[in-house]
Write a protein that binds this ligand. Structure first.
Ligand code: ZN
Ligand code: ZN
Length: 404
């Protein structure tokens, strides 16, 4: 029985689930693995699944896909658009969308396992399909590893993974060395003193403190980072207050920081702390702000030799033009922990999901950044074909390159 990958994709797209809540998704994956006769373990790192396709002696290749979705309200207008809602870790009711394309990753990995299982006579070795939860929290790979993943499935010789992106369908983007930056997610809480909105002099206003802090944080990359380095400081969330005429007692900021290596990370964390504490002191805060690191993602670094070999396999399979160097991505991934903990090389690539004409028009007009919705956008909408087929083919070609 052949999997209907389009139906699997649109079903997963309609039913996105937030990080560590991927129970339905894991159920769908498990049901298809069962139908394919591929043994698997579920519930690894809460909702993760590892499927083992053993086929005699030879190398062990891990293929990784992530399964979680984001608190984004879908605005694509697609017939299979999500209207799902979920409860975020803070207990809020939020819209949920597969705005990062992890539904495509999951679909492609199922398709690749099906294809590899159907062509067993052409290769030998072992393929482990790792369906990971909670990539968006930067916690899912650690959760699976912490739950004994390396003990529970054969040890890899290489870890392979892919992410859909806003490149034209049919294009693979990959580079040796640092492919994606490292990142940290921080929660900063600023403490003021609340009171009546008509009596600001009797309060310490955390709203103004937050505003000053946000603006000062925006000078870090512009004024303190060497222009030849890559770094990002984003304040993605700011919350304070409930009503016009009440000065609240505290404000909360959530920051996303990016850098290419560990030293740059240490420097930036120091700068952020200096600004946060400095602005609180300038405001006369009576209590030190709190700074909590919610998650840390390592840089995604492609082993140069393994990257070159995999890219060559893609060129042989899809043509010379099919592989481009997309440059450094300032997004981050937690896929690296699998390879780091196992002590083996990682190769991670991007694959395009955009209609060629739409992309070419925007490119010609110089409006790619404005007009092409990227991952995490409420408008992100990869074309179904050939994106699904190429997602499958990428994994199969790459896996076969490393299997015997
Ligand atoms: Zn994402
Ligand atoms: Zn993603």
């Amino acid at each position: 029985m052949a999997l209907d990958l389009e139906a699997i994709y649109t079903d997963l797209h309609r039913h996105p689930e937030l990080s560590f809540q991927e129970t339905r998704t894991a159920g769908v994956v498990g049901a298809h693995l069962t139908a394919l006769g591929i043994p698997f373990e579920a519930g690894i790192g809460r909702t993760g699944i590892a499927a083992t396709l053993a086929n005699g002696d030879g190398p062990v290749v891990w293929l990784r896909a992530d399964m979680d979705a984001l608190p984004v309200e879908e605005r694509t207008g697609l017939p299979y658009a999500s209207t799902a809602r979920g409860v975020d870790p803070a207990g809020n009711d939020v819209p949920v969308m597969h705005a990062c394309g992890h539904d495509m990753h999951t679909t492609a990995l199922l398709g690749a396992l099906e294809r590899l299982a159907a062509t067993r006579e052409e290769w030998s070795g072992t393929v482990v399909g790792v369906f990971q939860p909670a990539e968006e929290l930067g916690a899912g790979s650690r959760a699976m590893l912490g739950d004994g993943l390396l003990r529970r499935v054969p040890h890899p010789d290489i870890v392979l993974g892919q992410h859909i992106t806003a490149l034209p369908a049919g294009v693979v983007g990959m580079r040796p060395g640092t492919q994606m930056t490292a990142s940290d997610g921080l929660t900063v809480t600023l403490y003021g003193r609340g009171g009546h909105g008509s009596r600001p002099h009797a309060t310490i206003d955390p709203v103004v403190m937050a505003a000053a802090t946000i603006m000062r944080l925006q000078t870090l990359v512009a004024r303190e980072v060497d222009p030849r380095e890559t770094a990002v400081v984003t304040v993605g969330s700011v919350h304070s207050g409930l009503k016009h005429n009440i000065i609240p007692a505290e404000a909360t900021l959530q920051l996303s920081l990016r850098y290419t290596d560990d030293e740059a990370r240490e420097r930036m964390l120091g700068r952020v702390e200096r600004v946060v504490r400095g602005e609180a002191a300038a405001a006369g805060a009576e209590r030190e702000p709190s700074i909590v690191i919610d998650h840390t993602l390592p840089p995604t670094i492609n082993d140069p030799v393994s990257e070159a070999r995999t890219a060559d396999a893609f060129r042989r399979a899809f043509g010379e033009q099919a592989v481009t160097d997309p440059g450094l991505f300032t997004g981050s991934e937690d896929v690296s922990w699998f390879a780091r903990d196992a002590g083996v090389p990682l190769v991670f690539w991007f694959w395009g999901g955009l209609d060629h004409d739409v992309y070419a028009t925007a490119l010609a007009a110089g409006t790619v950044d404005r007009d092409i919705p990227t991952i995490h956008s409420p408008l992100f909408a990869p074309v179904l074909h050939p994106t699904i087929e190429r997602g499958v083919a990428n994994l199969v070609v790459a896996a076969r390159e490393w299997l015997a």
